[in-house]
Ligand binder design. Structure first.
Ligand SMILES: *Cc1c(COP(=O)(O)O)cnc(C)c1O
Length: 377
């Protein structure tokens, strides 16, 4: 028998989460008398650890997929995705342009070097492109004062037949926690792009789930939102749970108790004895460690569910095992079920917050050695 750890990916939950986003976009658009934004479902990092193939199946209702790895884009095409694919970092070298043409990928254009590569390229199937503006994230994109020039270079490439659609894009730094910073970023965007034609793409999960952010875009522009994390059932907001947002966990990480110890008062547990039993207690050893993607820095008290009951981690997480308190689950023993996160367990966000990180990191870090099963319905 293999180790009892496994992850299961729920396609119905992925579909449900996309439907929650789409429903909200539709209802607020209807109230505002505008066409609802299109959705780029973000599937970078192997669909946030959920598997590209699963994402292609579950997100068939999205208008497009967004990612940044050419290999993942090829896998989407090979899995039958024929709708748009947006590459969030664009191409990296001239040879990529041929692949972008072959696989009909939308490119981001965020720096002059990419324009130089485009200008040096010969004729071929025209690419769709979003020219990225840095409105304050200070990661990718042209500065506001360079933007009109960049955009006109794109329009010139469109006239030359190298580009097809040309649109505008930026990224918010604090859509999850700060309205005025987001408002300032949008102000920079509007000012720099006001007179430029083409579709618009601004909003990640936090901004997509905050209707007023995407309602800022003038309705005459075709708009594409770019939700990622919310589609996987994790909250983009620090103070609002996925459950509050009607999102369902799409990944459940399960294992079993493979050992039990009776620990006397005053004895330490695990490496470094970072937990010392205050009284005699029974502890369970779970087949899950940091080599499976569970965070090593999860502290004492991090929630874990055993036999359907909430309990918590004790001591340090080791490579292949972790230890939990069986006091709240006295009937538990070897073979008892354990949910580390997901359906019928703590949310990935609870485990992440306890560990000083975010759900994104835990989902993406699921280790390749963990067998994954797919729940199709
Ligand atoms: C990752 C990413 C997104 C999605 O962000 P979430 O917070 O997961 O919704 C959107 N746009 C860009 C440019 C990204 O890199």
């Amino acid at each position: 028998m293999p180790r009892p750890i496994s992850a299961s990916i729920s396609l119905p939950s992925l579909k449900h989460n996309l439907a929650v986003v789409a429903r909200q976009l539709n209802s607020f658009s209807q109230q505002d008398n505008r066409v609802a934004p299109h959705i780029w479902a973000v599937v970078k990092a192997n669909a946030y650890g959920h598997g590209i193939h699963n994402a292609v199946r579950a997100f068939e209702q999205a208008q497009g997929l967004a990612m940044l790895d050419l290999n993942e884009a090829v896998r989407c095409r090979e899995a039958g995705w024929s709708k748009p694919i947006l590459m969030l970092e664009g191409f990296f070298e001239p040879a990529d342009i041929a692949a972008f043409r072959d696989y009909s990928l939308w490119t981001t254009l965020h720096c002059q070097e990419q324009f130089d590569m485009l200008k040096a390229t010969g004729p071929g199937r025209p690419l769709h492109a979003l020219v990225k503006l840095n409105t304050g994230m200070n990661r990718l994109g042209f500065a506001a004062h360079q933007y009109a020039d960049a955009y006109h270079q794109a329009l010139a490439e469109q006239r030359r037949g190298v580009l097809d659609t040309v649109g505008k894009m930026t990224h918010f730094a604090r859509a999850d926690d700060n309205v005025s910073v987001t408002e300032d970023q949008f102000g920079v965007f509007l000012e720099a792009t006001r007179d430029l034609p083409g579709p618009v793409s601004l909003c990640n999960s936090a901004a997509t789930l905050t209707p007023r952010y995407w309602l800022w875009t003038p309705p005459e522009f075709e708009q594409w939102v770019r939700p990622g994390i919310c589609l996987y059932g994790s909250s983009p907001f620090p103070n609002q749970s996925a459950h509050d947002l009607d999102l369902q966990p799409a990944m459940t990480l399960r294992s079993q108790i493979i050992g039990v110890q009776d620990v006397a008062a005053g004895q330490g547990v695990g490496y470094g004895h970072s937990f010392v039993a205050p009284q005699a207690m029974r502890v369970g050893v779970v087949a899950c460690g940091y080599a499976d993607g569970y965070p090593r820095h999860a502290p004492n008290g991090t929630p874990v569910t055993v036999d359907g009951r909430p309990t918590h981690l004790l001591g340090r997480v080791s490579m292949d095992m972790l230890i939990v308190d069986l006091t709240p689950v006295p009937q538990a023993g070897i073979g008892s079920s354990v949910v580390l996160w997901g359906h019928d367990g703590p949310s990935v966000d609870q485990v992440a917050h306890a560990s000083g990180t975010i759900g994104y990191e835990l989902l993406c870090a699921l280790a390749p050695r963990v067998p994954v099963s797919v729940q199709a319905e």
